[in-house]
Design a protein around this ligand. Structure first.
Ligand code: NAP
Length: 296
């Protein structure tokens, strides 16, 4: 079997959004032979100018001959389109290859695509990421993977070009299930942070000083240290969008209806994100939950 750390691999990357653009860039910088596809061609052209590889006109053409095909698109529907749709990547993926998807989608669509990949003679890994735009740019994402152990062993060192922790969580769908746990734990925390900081400001405290102090104690978290100060400054024009977070929470709630897990806090916060969307704040950072408390 090819050792990806030793050899230049032929790779494809579909979806050059906020996340995919830098992730594909890390693969090209590492010396692999990368073909990209993006629906909006201008982005693919910009990427090619920056990294000097090549773009293909369809997902199917991009996948042709690749040893590993990666994608990072939006939701279930988008992923179905780029894999199974007309000129979809599955039609071009060769037998024995690996298809690894980095989008956050349902566990169900991941299992369905894994079955379709098996029927086509190649492997499928669901490999959602955490770490945001900054994590993708710095190449330090956390990647949670579901699928076949042998395919994982081949893909893991390649994903390590943009992932600091790349972990196999179990059979198909387990990567997405792990990402759901990540989102469930994050949103409860962000809502609590918004409530705490709003309380601090209304109580007349210096909210930034409060953050400094309580981040040394039991309330410490990545969200408190990184998002706390920006929430106090009412800055939300960056990071992980409300639209994406609501999509993720709907996936979690849907899965919980099947497995019987109670998600009372997640269900409420999902509605708060709906309120932000109604206010036209869908592209703001997901820490903008604070706005619902501070604005009249
Ligand atoms: P984004 O900037 O909106 O990019 C989405 C990409 O998918 C674009 O390249 C878009 O093409 C492509 N795409 C969407 N629908 C498509 C379709 N039907 N057919 C073909 N291409 C399509 O999104 P992102 O922030 O990179 O996020 C991508 C995925 O990663 C999402 O599942 C998101 O939940 C997840 N994620 C994001 C973050 C984050 O911080 N942004 C963090 C962790 C996970 P166009 O350029 O033509 O629109």
């Amino acid at each position: 079997m090819t050792d990806p750390q030793q050899k230049k691999l032929k790779l494809a990357f579909i979806g050059l959004g906020v996340m995919g653009y830098p992730m594909a860039g890390h693969l090209a910088r590492a010396g692999h032979d990368v073909t990209v596809y993006n629906r909006t061609q201008a982005k693919a052209e910009k990427w090619v100018k920056e990294y000097g590889a090549r773009a293909a006109p369809t997902p199917s053409a991009a996948a042709q001959g690749a040893q590993i095909v990666f994608s990072c698109v939006g939701n279930d529907r988008d992923l179905r389109q780029v894999t199974l749709g007309p000129d979809g990547a599955f039609a071009g993926t060769k037998r024995g290859a690996i298809y690894a998807d980095h989008s956050t989608v349902s566990a169900n669509v991941s299992r369905e695509l894994e079955q379709a990949a098996c029927a086509g003679g190649f492997s499928y890994l669901d490999a959602p990421v955490s770490g945001g735009q900054a994590g993708a740019e710095k190449g330090i994402l956390t990647i949670m993977v579901g699928g076949d152990a042998q395919a994982f062993a081949t893909a893991q060192p390649v994903m390590a070009h943009y992932g600091r922790a790349v972990t196999l969580m179990g059979p198909p769908g387990c990567g997405q299930l792990t990402k759901m746990v990540n989102q469930i734990t994050v949103v409860g925390l962000v809502q609590a942070l918004a409530e705490g900081l709003n309380f601090a400001m209304r109580a007349g405290l210096d909210a930034k000083k409060v953050i400094e102090v309580i981040s040394k104690g039991a309330a410490q978290s990545w969200q408190l240290e990184n998002r706390g100060p920006t929430m106090v400054d009412d800055q939300y024009n960056f990071g992980f969008a409300v639209d994406w977070m609501r999509k993720d929470l709907q996936i979690c709630l849907d899965e919980a209806r099947r497995n019987g897990a109670l998600l009372p806090v997640t269900a409420i916060v999902e509605q708060w994100y709906g309120k932000l969307q109604e206010k036209g704040c869908g592209r703001l950072d997901s820490s903008s939950l604070m706005k619902l408390l501070t604005e009249k």
